[in-house]
Ligand binder design. Structure first.
Ligand code: SF4
Ligand code: SF4
Length: 200
């Protein structure tokens, strides 16, 4: 586990009033959804029939705010489901430890049950933005471009290029993260998988 956060997420959550941060985060997530829908609509893209679920991809999450929000979501699960989620998380972490790094790691996210995310409302940013082509703009640099997932690429060939600009979302999230970290007096770097967040 590369997380070097101390104290752990549960302890941080106990000490902080996160309500306002969560409200603001939800508002950023709403803006992302609107932006995403515009691009998906332009390309006529949706996830129906996808055989390559992005929930099989190992993503790392880097903001304290998203980690705490996911932890908040865990509180909404009933005890049996939570137990299953934790067992799947342990299995995920073990599989990753034993993984041969030459091959991409592919294992279903511990929050995905029968193709559905059980914490859909609480899922992190990358789960919300993955799929469509996108750009990230930094001052004085060419935009960084991402092509979108395989299913998107197959669909999008004929259409006029229209990327999702992730820049404003990243900026808003970074501003919230800065405030939260200042309040929590946390400056350690975070790099956690969903499984690690769940078990932390
Ligand atoms: S958090 Fe939800 S949407 Fe994101 S990878 Fe896991 S199951 Fe999929
Ligand atoms: S975003 Fe792409 S990879 Fe992920 S479920 Fe949708 S179609 Fe599949």
């Amino acid at each position: 586990m590369e997380n070097n956060l101390f104290p752990n997420l549960n302890m941080i959550q106990t000490d902080l009033n996160t309500e306002l941060y969560f409200e603001n985060l939800k508002s950023v997530f709403d803006s992302m959804a609107k932006g995403y829908d515009i691009i998906a609509g332009h390309y006529g893209f949706d996830c129906k029939g996808c055989t390559d679920s992005c929930c099989l991809t190992l993503f790392y999450h880097h903001t304290l705010l998203e980690c705490l929000y996911l932890k908040e979501g865990l509180k909404t699960l009933d005890q049996d489901l939570l137990k299953e989620v934790k067992i799947k998380s342990e299995s995920q972490i073990m599989a990753l430890k034993n993984h041969n790094s030459k091959e991409p790691f592919r294992k279903m996210c511990p929050l995905n049950f029968d193709g559905l995310c059980v914490l859909y409302e609480y899922r992190p940013m990358i789960c919300r933005l993955h799929g469509v082509c996108h750009e990230l703009r930094k001052p004085g640099q060419e935009p960084l471009r991402g092509p979108g997932c395989e299913q998107f690429t197959e669909l999008s060939n004929e259409k006029k290029y229209l990327p999702l600009d992730r820049t404003p979302f990243y900026i808003e999230l970074a501003n919230l993260e800065r405030g939260l970290r200042e309040e929590a007096a946390i400056n350690q770097r975070i790099k956690m998988t969903i499984a690690e967040i769940i078990l932390d």
